[in-house]
Design a protein around this ligand. Structure first.
Ligand code: PMT
Length: 400
């Protein structure tokens, strides 16, 4: 992450998730960012000004009409000096007041007076988030260029299970880094494409074959690259994941669609193929296949195009092509052979035996293989694998 000397204005709204903002302040400070905090009246019901000020090592701003604050730093200056304004937790009320352009406390006044980009981490009850009023406000704010991280689905403080949980501090931190990376970062001015998720190969108008890839590893890589400032084209098979900030996502179904999307993204500085592309496709039956007694349907299979090999041999070959190898035995040996056969520069080998839970899971243990040899990485969560890989890519592209 490249947050050293970045100035973040953090607005802490009134929600039970406010405690997570304390972790966020600590993580931002560890990354070298300067953090100034506004604590709303409701926010102060959940966390104390003293904790916020101790962690940020700055005074906490609470009152629009505080003479001390105004003498020391007017609210205009407070909002103008920020590289990024982050609202976490962003309550339904704060979002509504922002969408309406109200300026009835220090937080909303600063938001209205600021020309800095704004990132919201909403947190609220699931019904409040799903309410058309909140969704309209979200839409209006997004149209004005406000970015969002979360909310996530899960257990809520009110005891319900729904979408409304504030994103975890680490995720907000990544979103902050990717917001700021457009302004700087080791991959600024670099274009990369990342493939993620499974492909889905139709058998007839209603059936398909696919695999269990969730897209988590590929999405984490795309996010980490965007956080370093890269312009990322994320080419995603059918997955249930939200689109990360600051990248363009192209949704595809089949291997043929994925190849076409990859080719139209060229030229790029690097291609990272983390998708689990089906090796075969069926001759698609024009109508739904009928069950005829005990007989089994005749399906005729063909090879799918190999996207990684095509990119590796293309006349517009990216300077760096990275493949993944999903193996269940002799992981390194098979991956080395795959790297040579497909012609990519690096191959990231993972053991996808069922007991490892890599497909769909949150962690991975990989070997990174290049012309110089094999690096064994420890078991890490997929975000950490992605961040380490993104740093390696930045280094290889000569920008770090
Ligand atoms: O999505 P997750 O649940 O997070 O799981 C992550 C993952 C296990 C899917 C990921 O880490 C991974 O290993 N991706 C590659 C899966 C795969 O298809 O491996 P493979 O060994 O079959 O293929 C080798 C390489 O060739 C891969 O880069 C693949 O994208 C590419 N390929 C394969 C077939 C094909 N027709 N075209 C290709 O481009």
């Amino acid at each position: 992450m490249h947050l050293a000397s970045k100035r973040i204005l953090l607005i802490i709204g009134g929600g039970i998730a406010a405690y997570k903002s304390l972790f966020l302040i600590r993580r931002l400070r560890e990354q070298g960012a300067q953090v100034r905090c506004i604590l709303t009246k409701a926010g102060a019901e959940f966390v104390t000004p003293l904790s916020v000020s101790a962690l940020s090592e700055q005074p906490v701003y609470q009152d629009l009409f505080s003479l001390t604050d105004e003498a020391e730093m007017g609210h205009i200056r407070l909002s103008r000096e920020a590289d990024l304004v982050v609202v976490a937790p962003a309550t339904a009320n704060l979002m509504a007041r922002m969408a309406s352009g109200l300026a009835d406390d220090l937080a909303t006044t600063c938001l209205l007076a600021s020309s800095a980009p704004v990132l919201l981490a909403p947190a609220m009850n699931g019904y409040m988030w799903a309410h058309p009023a909140t969704q309209e406000n979200r839409q209006r704010l997004a149209e004005r260029g406000v970015s969002f991280v979360g909310p996530e689905a899960g257990d809520l403080a009110c005891g319900e299970v729904a979408t409304g949980r504030m994103a975890e501090p680490e995720e907000i931190l990544t979103a902050i880094a990717s917001q700021l990376a457009g302004q700087s970062g080791p991959l600024a001015c670099k274009r990369v494409l990342v493939t993620a998720g499974p492909t889905r190969e139709a058998l007839d108008p209603v059936r398909y074959v696919s695999n269990h890839s969730s897209g988590k590893q590929g999405f984490a890589i795309a996010t980490a690259l965007a956080a370093l400032g890269a312009e990322v084209a994320l080419i995603a098979g059918p997955v249930q994941l939200p689109t990360p900030d600051n990248l363009s996502r192209i949704d595809v179904e089949s291997a043929d669609d994925m190849l076409a999307a990859c080719l139209s993204a060229l030229p790029v500085d690097a291609a990272i193929c983390a998708a689990a592309v089906a090796d075969w496709k069926a001759q698609i039956a024009p109508n739904k296949m009928k069950k005829t007694g005990d007989g089994l349907p005749e399906i005729s299979w063909q090879q799918n195009p190999d996207i990684l090999a095509t990119l590796s041999q293309h006349e517009q070959r990216p300077p760096l092509v990275v493949g993944f190898a999903a193996e269940t035995e002799k992981v390194v040996e098979h991956a080395q052979a795959k790297r040579a056969r497909k012609g990519c520069d690096w191959i990231v080998a993972n053991d996808v035996s069922a007991e490892r839970g890599v497909f769909g899971g949150d962690s991975n243990q990989v070997h990174v293989i290049d012309a110089d040899g094999v690096e064994a990485w420890p078991q890490l969560d997929k975000r950490a694998v992605a961040e380490r890989l993104a740093d390696r890519i930045a280094h290889a592209l000569g920008q770090s």
